[in-house]
Each structure stands twice: as structure tokens, then as C-alpha cells.
Design a protein. Structure first.
Length: 490
């Protein structure tokens, strides 16, 4: 099936409260996707953000980001008062997230909602807690300890750090209300999430979720399962993740996530991963796995290293892992992020899984070579992106790429400024033989580098972009829909 979708994270939606949410603007975006003739809404990971506000460095692989809980919906339910939300300065710019203000203010507001919630608990709250207990209890406890100590878990007192049974019991007893707060927050998040997903699906829109291959060092995942990671006697990583020097960074990318102990995971047929993949297959329609090549071989860096220049490639679990997953869960709808330096072994693994890989059109125009990313080389079973969250926008790329590469793109795609370079490049992707094409909201709006979502290997100015209110107009939807009909993607 030839289909198309739009990549825009929830945080990028317009809202009155500083960041995009699961509220009315999300439903409006579903309507926009439908009018545009789209099949997919692709988002970034929805878990609580940690270091650098990155959705790829989260406190939990299961929990939802509290920032995404819509405050207007809580007002409608009587859990908040309008002035409790509108009286706060959530940021000075409507097209950018101010994460410091989010951090300083959001939980104070949510705690007011919590106090009203526990006075009249809905009938299904207990069912939610029981159904999600396999991750929810540990997550709520973890976040409560983090809040009380103000430290990453590897710096907690040993009794809590190593999960001493008596210390854990005592903490729960003394902080039961705080632990309950984090459970309620997750109930509110997933109540809103499932209603939105149901609305999207009823309108013919499938949600493509995203999970990083690794988990954050400061996460409940590592705290609860230290034996599944390469840690020292103090439960701190001995090796961390990253990738070698590339076009993004001359020093490589030092992600800093702890490395899995794949031999240990193999002992129970990868039960931890199977549980994780089962979960995401229930909350998303399709799941993109970031850094898929890590299942074939992964780059490890000494935990004390300052850059990713000196690392070692280590063989991953390979097809055996995916055979175990398929045996337990059947065939899953997965997109494999297979970008970057790929060996024949990675290509073989992707082919054996049958998952579609990815092509990024911006990578195609190195004028020195015949690239796999050029449309005439695409296989049908692939997902084409004009750019991902790690790329510049099309307009930004045209302004900053090498002149000979830009000229090649103009010649190859017959781009012209009257139509807009962004539209010409998107049409090149839509016209290709690839089954699926995903374009970014920034490219549809013709925005420049100021709208870029992330610059790899940098911290402090990423993940902030938000769409302007009114920018997802009926006129734009009709224009996209015409393209879908021309290229048979509707």
C-alpha cells in the first residue's frame, strides 16, 4: 500500500500552556491529517524526559510524559480551575518550549489536580493500577525517591540504591501520598492517550511511535534490573553507548546509555525486551526502533571517555533475538531505523526480519557518489523521510549544505524556487516507489533552520520547536491532499 504521514511530536502542537499536549489541538491535528489524505502520524518517544529534555533519555520505558497531560481537559473534569493554569507564565514564545518553566511549574499544577482526584477516585483507577502494576509501582516509587533526594539513583544512599527490602518498605510508608501522586499522573496521562489514539484510529490515522534501543542510565529500568546491564559493583556503567565520528560530529556521539548484558538477557529468552515490545505494540499502531543496527553490532565506549572517538564494535544478539520476539508476540509492525554506517551483516539482518528500513532524502545528494538514498535506488519495502528529528529542515539544508550537493538536488529533483524547494523535495519522496513516505511538519510549512528539532551531540537548545497556532490550515491540507492523489498515496 502506498501511504504517507507527517512527523510532528506531541510537544510541538500549539497550546496555551507552554507545550503541546493530548488535548484539543491533538484532535485538530488528527482532523488535519485526515483532510490531508494522510495515513500516519509519527511522534517521538512519549516517556518522561530527563537529561537535556531529550525524549530519547527518559526516566522510564513505560511511563507517559506528565507535561503532555492536557490541562484544559482537567479543567473540564473539575480537577483544576482555569485561573490555576492561566495565571502562570508558561513561556515567552508560543513557538518554543521553555523547559525550565515546565519543570518549575507543571508539577505544582498537577498536584492541585491530584488533591481533587483522590477525593473522588474513578472506578477504573484501581483497575489501571492493577493492570499496569508490573511497571507502575516501581516507576512511582522511583520518581518519589528522586523527588525527595534530588539526586540521580546511582547517588542515592546504598539502602535505596541497592533496593534493600526494609528501606524500600519504610520509604513507601513515609511517602505513600507522594508515591500515589505519580500513579495518578500516569492514570491521567494514559486516559487521555487512549482516547486520542481511539479517535485517530476511527479517523483512519495510525500512530507511529518511537522507542530508543537503549534506556537512560538514570532510569527506573536500570535501577530495577541492574543485572541486565554492564555495571560495576556500585551499579554505575562500565561501558556506555554512542556512535563513532560521522557527518554529524567529528568526535562521534557519546550518548552515555548503559550497555545491555546480552548474554544475561539471553538466559530467559530476552523476557525484558519481549515485555517492552509487547507494551509498545499495544499503545502504538507501528513502532520505529531507533538505532536498529545495534541488534547486529553495537558501539561501546569506556564510561570514563570524554568523547566517542575511541570505541569498539561488539556483536549483538542478531536474528536469534527477533526469532524469540516473533515466537512470543507474532509479527509486529516495526520500522527499523537503519541509518548511518551499515555493514553487509546489518543488511542481512534487516532482510531476514522483513522490517522496512529507512531512507532520508537529504542524505542522497553527496555529489561524489551514487547513493542508496537516491529515489531511483529505493526498494518498495522502505520508509522514506525528507528528514528526521535529527536533520535540518529542507530549507535549512538548502541554505547550509555544500553548494555542489545543493546543485545536485536541484538538478535531480528539478527543484525551483517558485514552487518552493521544500515542495519539490517532498514531491520527490512521494513520487518514489517506496511504500511509505513521512515528511515533517516543518517542511510542509517551509520553515528554516530555526525550526530544527534537534542537533545531535548538542545539549540545551533542542526539542523546543512548536507549530504556530493556525499554521495547519485547510488550505495547506488541500494542497497536501492534491499531492497524495497525484502520487497515489491516498
Amino acid at each position: 500500500m502506498r501511504a504517507s504521514g507527517i512527523l510532528m511530536h506531541i510537544s510541538s502542537l500549539p497550546s496555551n500552556y507552554g507545550i503541546g499536549t493530548l488535548g484539543q489541538e491533538a484532535y485538530n491535528f488528527v482532523d488535519f491529517l485526515k483532510k490531508s489524505g494522510q495515513t500516519y502520524w509519527q511522534i517521538l518517544p512519549i516517556c518522561p524526559t530527563g537529561f537535556g529534555d531529550s525524549p530519547y533519555q527518559t526516566f522510564s520505558s513505560y511511563a507517559g510524559n506528565p507535561y503532555f497531560i492536557d490541562l484544559d481537559f482537567l479543567i473540564d473534569e473539575g480537577l483544576l480551575k482555569k485561573e490555576e493554569c492561566s495565571s502562570i507564565n508558561w513561556g515567552d514564545y508560543s513557538t518554543s518550549v521553555d523547559y525550565k518553566r515546565m519543570y518549575d511549574n507543571r508539577f505544582d499544577v498537577l498536584k492541585k489536580a491530584y488533591k481533587r482526584f483522590i477525593k473522588s477516585v474513578p472506578d477504573d483507577f484501581e483497575q489501571f493500577c492493577k493492570r499496569e502494576s508490573y511497571w507502575l509501582c516501581d516507576y512511582a516509587l522511583f520518581m518519589s525517591i528522586k523527588t525527595q533526594t534530588g539526586k540521580i539513583w546511582s547517588k542515592w544512599d546504598d539502602e535505596l540504591k541497592f533496593r534493600d527490602e526494609k528501606a524500600i518498605k519504610d520509604f513507601k510508608s513515609k511517602n505513600s501520598d507522594d508515591v500515589m501522586f505519580y500513579k495518578v499522573i500516569q492514570y491521567l496521562f494514559f486516559s487521555q492517550w487512549h482516547k486520542l489514539k481511539e479517535y485517530a484510529n476511527k479517523n483512519g490515522i495510525q500512530i507511529i511511535g518511537d522507542i530508543p534501543i537503549y534506556v537512560a542510565s538514570d532510569s527506573v529500568d536500570v535501577w530495577v534490573n541492574p543485572e541486565l546491564f554492564l555495571l560495576n559493583e556500585d551499579n554505575e556503567p562500565t561501558y556506555v553507548s554512542g556512535c563513532p565520528p560521522d557527518s554529524f560530529s567529528k568526535d562521534g556521539q557519546l550518548w552515555g546509555n548503559p550497555i545491555y548484558d546480552w548474554n544475561k538477557m539471553k538466559e530467559d529468552d530476552y523476557a525484558w525486551w519481549i515485555k517492552r515490545l509487547k507494551y509498545v505494540s499495544e499503545i502504538y499502531d507501528i513502532t520505529r526502533i531507533d538505532h536498529f543496527r545495534g541488534f547486529d553490532s553495537y558501539y561501546t565506549i569506556d564510561a570514563n571517555a570524554k568523547t566517542a572517538r575511541k570505541g569498539v564494535w561488539v556483536k549483538g544478539p542478531g536474528i536469534e533475538f527477533f526469532n524469540s520476539v516473533k515466537k512470543e508476540l507474532g509479527s509486529l509492525n516495526i520500522i527499523a531505523e537503519d541509518l548511518g554506517f551499515l555493514t553487509p551483516s546489518v543488511h542481512r539482518l534487516l532482510k531476514r526480519t522483513g522490517f522496512p528500513g529507512m531512507k532520508v532524502l537529504q542524505f542522497a545528494f553527496d555529489s561524489r557518489e551514487d547513493s542508496d538514498y537516491l529515489p531511483h535506488n529505493y526498494p518498495k519495502n522502505t520508509v522514506v523521510y525528507t528528514g528526521t528529528h535529527d536533520n535540518d529542515t529542507i530549507i535549512g539544508w538548502m541554505q547550509t549544505a555544500k553548494k555542489q550537493d545543493v546543485k545536485f538536488a536541484i538538478d535531480y529533483l528539478r527543484l525551483n524556487q517558485d514552487e518552493g524547494y521544500n515542495w519539490g523535495m517532498m514531491k520527490g519522496a512521494w513520487a518514489s516507489v517506496a511504500n511509505t513516505v513521512i515528511v515533517t511538519m516543518q517542511d510542509l510549512q517551509g520553515l528554516d533552520s530555526k525550526a530544527r528539532m534537534n542537533i545531535p551531540s548538542t545539549v540545551g537548545d533542542n526539542w523546543k520547536w512548536r507549530a504556530a497556532r493556525g499554521s495547519m490550515s485547510n488550505t495547506l491540507a488541500k494542497k497536501i491532499n492534491r499531492c497524495m492523489k497525484i502520487y497515489k498515496r491516498v
